[in-house]
Design a binder for this molecule. Structure first.
Ligand SMILES: Cc1cc2nc3c(=O)[nH]c(=O)nc-3n(C[C@H](O)[C@H](O)[C@H](O)COP(=O)(O)OP(=O)(O)OC[C@H]3O[C@@H](n4cnc5c(N)ncnc54)[C@H](O)[C@@H]3O)c2cc1C
Length: 451
């Protein structure tokens, strides 16, 4: 069997591992990524001060070392390769392209200077080539981060960490330099519902109490006002509540920077100053309503306030980016699928031999570890559907390489990536960091050309 996996994040790697472990047939996996570097959000999303989480790449390196695995970085589906090319060269295709689009607030003023999706900030501090030219004006003292998930917490933490806390991480050098000069003193993390509906994980929330020069602030009255009995008894949320209560009970320390956790507020307008840049965020206070299906919704109360902030970073979720030739579900904003089998978005008929894993399948839900069983589940469908497929003759295995080279694509192999890895690690030693990332594709390719 010859199988193409598009995307080298956790979901793609776990799918590869499950496929390569098969003993009933020999499987060759070619994994493509649009970047020269593998690992998706483990490199480009996970916060730089969470190096322990990035250790998961050792598992992926073992997969990559298998003799029937090939990595082809710097190859983008939809630009360098088409879905038809994949159908011609492989028996089965797995889309593992993640969620590279943002969800928007949809309020007036969104998108004005200093109102930027959190994904841009994250990509910028993580050295993702797409965002290397992003500019952040951190001369403002107060910032609002909209959203109540771990991504919002990551963004707030990176804004408030001291340079000493950041420089020993693999944060992009350009971001470290700007953060060194940051005048941000207060960050407001805003949730439209209450603490029991927030999707923070307890460990991430607790860590907010452990920053060197910043402390979490929770107004006790506000916390008491947003607790509803319907959601109580839900384990992670109960833990979150206890952590928030402990924050609310804290005596103010001498730490210079504050991280305010606010609940039951929805942004309704980004307010501009005379220069057209963010000067405030209008918020409507909400109350909680229990729906017929038992879920808890936020309803506007008609009461408004203006939060005095000079920057707004919405972190309210992600969506899959449509790719030419790949069926797309406009409503769910994922690759159209039934339990991981790609389907036509209208007729829901199965598109034979094409599958989707990870965030491209489900939307942005689940931590890295959750993709292991989720990708294995889809691989089980691939095995069940694939009987007899291997008999279909394909062009010879290296024909795909020739095709890409004819198109002028400089393919980055896993060995090439390991060379880049060595260069980054050596650069990092200068600041006692695990690595100093190369942030643009041209430099990566130039480094490889010199070797
Ligand atoms: C900011 C942030 C922080 C996070 N922190 C944590 C954390 O601390 N712990 C944790 O467990 N989880 C964390 N997560 C969640 C975790 O990163 C995701 O669950 C996981 O990465 C999703 O895996 P994936 O393989 O579906 O997508 P991704 O990791 O996004 O991988 C998708 C890959 O597809 C490639 N690609 C996209 N389009 C194309 C194309 N057209 N052609 C070729 N390649 C393409 C991309 O370059 C990328 O490499 C975080 C997520 C975010 C956004």
């Amino acid at each position: 069997m010859r199988i193409a996996i598009i995307g080298s994040g956790p979901a793609g790697f776990y799918a590869a591992e499950a496929l390569l472990k098969r003993t009933d047939t020999v499987v060759h996996v070619d994994m493509f990524d649009r970047l020269p570097t593998p690992y998706g959000l483990v490199r480009g999303g996970v916060a730089p001060d969470h190096q322990n989480i990035k250790a998961v790449i050792r598992v992926y390196e073992k997969t990559a070392a298998r003799p029937t695995f090939r990595f082809m970085g710097n190859v983008r589906l939809g630009r360098d390769l088409t879905v038809d090319d994949l159908r011609r060269h492989y028996h089965q295709i797995v889309y593992a392209v993640g969620n590279e689009a943002d969800r928007r607030l949809g309020i007036p003023g969104e998108g004005m200077p200093r109102c930027t999706p959190a994904s841009v900030f994250i990509g910028w501090y993580n050295g993702h080539p797409d965002y290397r030219h992003a500019k952040f004006d951190l001369s403002v003292p107060r910032v609002a981060v909209v959203g109540n998930g771990n991504v919002a917490i990551d963004v707030a933490r990176i804004l408030l960490r001291t340079p000493a806390e950041l420089e020993k991480t693999d944060i992009a050098a350009h971001a470290l330099e700007v953060l060194r000069g940051s005048r941000v003193r207060e960050v407001f993390v805003l949730g439209r519902r209450g603490p029991l509906q927030a999707s923070f994980t307890p460990a991430e929330l607790k860590e907010l109490g452990e920053m060197e020069d910043a402390e979490p602030v929770v107004a006790p009255g506000e916390l008491a006002g947003c607790i509803d009995s319907a959601s109580a008894g839900n384990a992670p949320q109960d833990k979150n509540l206890k952590i928030l209560q402990s924050f609310a009970a804290r005596r103010r320390s001498t730490k210079a920077k504050k991280l305010h956790l606010r609940f039951l507020v929805s942004p309704t307008e980004v307010i501009a100053d005379a220069a057209g840049k963010v000067a405030g965020l209008k918020l409507e206070r909400n109350r909680l309503e229990i729906q017929a299906d038992g879920t808890v919704a936020a309803r506007g109360s008609g009461e408004f306030e203006v939060l005095d902030v000079g920057m707004v970073l919405p972190a309210i979720g992600f969506a899959a980016e449509p790719i030419a030739g790949v069926p797309y579900d406009e409503k769910a904003r994922v690759i159209a699928n039934e339990d991981g089998r790609v389907v036509d978005p209208v007729s829901r008929a199965v598109v034979a031999n094409e599958y989707v894993v990870g965030w491209a399948r489900t939307g942005p839900q689940g931590l890295i570890g959750s993709h292991k069983s989720a990708s294995a589940h889809v691989v089980a469908h691939m095995i069940a559907d694939g009987a007899g497929l291997a008999a279909r003759e394909l062009p010879e295995r290296n024909a795909i390489l020739s095709l890409l080279r004819e198109r002028g694509v400089q393919i980055v192999s896993f060995t090439d990536w390991k060379q880049l890895d060595d260069v980054e690690v050596a650069r990092g030693e200068r600041r006692d960091a695990p690595r100093d990332k190369i942030v643009d594709v041209e430099t990566m390719l130039a480094v490889l050309a010199q070797r």
